[in-house]
Each structure stands twice: as C-alpha cells, then as structure tokens.
Write a protein that binds this ligand. Structure first.
Ligand SMILES: Cc1cc2nc3c(=O)[nH]c(=O)nc-3n(C[C@H](O)[C@H](O)[C@H](O)COP(=O)(O)OP(=O)(O)OC[C@H]3O[C@@H](n4cnc5c(N)ncnc54)[C@H](O)[C@@H]3O)c2cc1C
Length: 383
C-alpha cells in the first residue's frame, strides 16, 4: 500500500478539488443556512461523471474503482460534507446495490440513470425502531400474485425526497427462515408510488444541504421482479454494501479533517493577538500540527482498506478501523479548529462552525462507533 497516487488518480483528485473550490465552496454556506438541496452542484457533478466513478462504461460509468470515488469524496468533504454525502449515498447506497446484486434487466433499467446523476437512488435500512440492530426490521413485503405489497416505515433516509429521487431500495421481512428467524429481502421501489410518502425533511444539526426523510410505505405495490438479489439475502447483501460504504465515510471524515487544517493554517497566519499572529504561538501551531497528523494517519487507514478491498483481500476489519478512526478525528479536528478561530469559530458564517456541526454524524451514520468496535472485536475473536 502506498500513499502516492498514480498520475490518473492525482488528475481526478485535482479536478474534483478545483470543482469543490470553484463551484461547491461559494454556495456551501447559503445551502447550509437555507437547508436547501444543491441541485445545480449535483447536476454539475453528474456532468463530470462523479456518480459513475466506480461503474463500468457499459452502464454509463467512468470505468474507475471504489478508491476513485473515495478520492472524490475526500476533496468534496474538504469544503462541504453535505455535497460529499449526497454523492456517497447516491453511489454507495443508491446505485451500488443494483450493480452488485441486480439482474441484467435491473442494471439496464437503473444504472444509466443513476450513474449519470440524472436520477438519485436511496437505500432504506434503518427504521424508527432502530438502526444498529438492522435485523430487527419490521417493514414487511408480502407476495400477492405478481406483486410485492410493502408496509412499514424507514427513518433517516438520505437522498429519498429530492426532485431527482427515482428509486428507494428497502429491506423488508418477506417470511421466516427454517430456523424461525426473520427472512429479510431487498426490494426496488420506483418512486413516486401509490402509498409511498416522504415526510417533511428532518431538522438536522448538520448536513443541512443533504436530503433526509422518514419514509412511509402503506400498501405500496411493486412488480415481483423488483426483488433485488436472492430472496432472504437482503440483510446479508446490505451488510456487505455497508462494509464498502465505511471506506467511503472514512474518506469523508478525512476530507472534513483536512478542511479544518486548511482553514486553520490560513487563519493562524492572519489573525493577530498580543502583536503577533496566533500561528506564531506554539499552543496554536502544535494544535494544527496534531490535526494534520491525525488526518494523515486516517487517510493511510482508508487508503489501506480500499487497497485490500480492490485486491480481493479481506477488508472488513480495516474498513471498520478506518471509519471509526476517521470519524473520531474529524470530530476532534472540528472541535480544535473552532478553538483556533476563537469567537469567530462559533459563528455559522465561518466554515469551521459548519464543519463542527457536520462532523458528529460521521460517528453515527453507516454504523455507529460502537458498532465499528463490535465488528473489529469480533474479527479479532472477542466480543
Ligand atoms: C443524517 C442521517 C442520514 C442517514 N442516512 C441513512 C440512509 O440513507 N439509509 C439508512 O438506512 N440509514 C440512514 N441513517 C441511519 C443511521 O445509519 C443510523 O442512525 C445508525 O445506524 C444508528 O442507528 P439508530 O439511530 O437507530 O441508533 P440505535 O441503534 O438506537 O443506537 C443508539 C445508541 O446505542 C448504541 N448501541 C446500539 N446497539 C449497541 C450494542 N449492541 N452495543 C453497544 N452499543 C450499542 C449505538 O452505538 C448508539 O450509540 C442515517 C442517519 C442520519 C442521522
């Protein structure tokens, strides 16, 4: 594993960094303040091919890999985590399950739209009654002739209520296993649909420009062929999607942590106190040095997890370590960056205040820190 990028990877990273600086950054504060979805930014990300990064060209993708997606996510999160999570959820939760587990017909139907960013897909696993214990799913799907009839609710679903949202994949109980446990399957629900409602957007602490809704399914009917993957494999398949997704969330954490360093270096060289720049005081300089150190180590962790995944090696533990560490250092860096900015760090007009509000969810979404520790411990044979 090397932290050196190839020329192609560096070109991608640099072009997304330019886009983030020139297109995303100027409107980030406004979308955060107004809690508005950045349609224009998302449309441009679609034109750049970002939603198609890890997919083959035959499905409208860019023919890249998951690491390419992570590089793009890191650069976007360096200026705006809402935009980064919109891309992450659109690719990793929206399109990837179709690519990994879909039939040829499902791939042909959905992937060109999702990989171009013309449409957004969402994945509904979490329910109001619980997210960590995803096996406790209560939503049901029963067969009625050639259709599935879906009833239940999903909570906190990203990209599920935008004007671009055309697909919500849900996990639902479709029966009982031989051992008497819930049989959980994944089903593709094209939206809008009769009986489907997305409740009004949540009033969140951060990720204000990302779209998140509670969803209700009241007798929603979809064709039987909308089953995604094997019947009864929905839970297991989705856990494997989450393993990959943790590397992507780690990249977002690294981006946010790096964004904190960027802002602090600039501010510490300008802001003066007691006749000197605050960066000339070792207390501030060391705080920034520690922020950069944590960011570098977290980046190495996600690069390594991605390299193992792409080499076909076991990567579950490394992905959980990368997600756990990156999300925690993102929170620490955001807290320290706010400190470096003093009173201005507590003002929403400064990016570090937004970074602080955006950082906490990284320790919760796609598996809490406690869940990551459970996965790491289990992989070590304890817990
Ligand atoms: C903004 C946002 C976007 C999201 N997007 C999506 C999405 O697109 N799709 C989707 O399906 N979900 C999504 N989620 C849901 C997210 O994945 C869950 O919130 C998360 O998995 C935690 O589930 P929970 O909120 O039900 O917390 P709970 O599972 O109720 O956990 C509460 C606390 O208990 C701890 N805990 C639970 N079980 C254990 C245990 N066995 N041992 C130790 N501690 C434990 C947890 O770590 C946590 O600290 C999103 C959430 C948010 C806030």
């Amino acid at each position: 594993m090397s932290s050196e990028l190839t020329a192609e990877q560096e070109a991608l990273r640099a072009s997304v960094a330019d886009f983030a600086r020139e297109v995303v950054a100027p409107v980030a504060a406004q979308h955060d303040r107004e809690h508005s979805f950045p349609y224009d930014v998302v449309r441009q990300m679609g034109s750049m091919g970002l939603f198609g990064l890890p997919f083959p060209e035959e499905y409208g993708g860019m023919g890249g890999d998951y690491f390419a997606l992570c590089l793009a996510l890191e650069e976007l999160a360096r200026v705006d985590s809402s935009v980064a999570i919109t891309l992450e959820a659109g690719v990793s939760l929206g399109a990837m399950p179709v690519f990994r587990f879909g039939t040829d017909a499902q791939k042909q139907e959905w992937l060109p739209r999702l990989t171009s960013g013309r449409a957004l897909g969402a994945f509904g696993l979490t329910e109001p009654g619980g997210g960590s214990d995803a096996g406790a799913t209560r939503t049901t799907a029963r067969r009625d002739g050639d259709t599935w009839v879906i009833d239940g609710s999903k909570a906190f679903i990203t990209n599920s209520g935008t004007d671009l949202t055309e697909l919500v994949t849900v996990t639902a109980v479709t029966g009982q296993t031989a051992a008497g446990k819930k049989e959980i399957s994944a089903i593709l629900v094209p939206v809008p649909a009769d009986g489907f409602t997305a409740a009004k957007p949540y009033d969140k602490v951060g990720w204000n420009a990302s779209d998140t809704h509670e969803l209700h399914f009241d007798g929603v009917r979809v064709p039987a062929v909308n089953l995604l993957g094997e019947q009864g494999r929905g839970y297991a398949n989705f856990l494997s999607i989450l393993d990959e997704g943790r590397i992507a969330i780690s990249a977002i954490g690294v981006g946010l942590a790096q964004g904190c360093v960027d802002e602090c270096v600039r501010y510490a060289r300008e802001r003066e106190a007691f006749g000197r720049t605050i960066g000339s005081y070792q207390a501030i300089a060391f705080m920034i040095a520690e922020m950069e150190t944590r960011t570098y180590v977290a980046r190495c962790a996600y690069y390594d997890a991605a390299a193992r995944m792409l080499a076909g090696k076991p990567f579950k533990r490394q992905a959980a370590i990368a997600k756990l560490y990156s999300s925690e250092i993102a929170v620490t860096n955001a807290r320290d960056a706010t400190q470096v900015f003093g009173g201005y760090g507590f003002m929403n007009e400064f990016p570090v205040a937004r970074f602080w509000r955006d950082s906490k969810i990284l320790e919760i979404g796609e598996g809490t820190s406690e869940v990551q520790k459970m996965l790491i411990a289990r992989d070590l044979g304890v817990g």
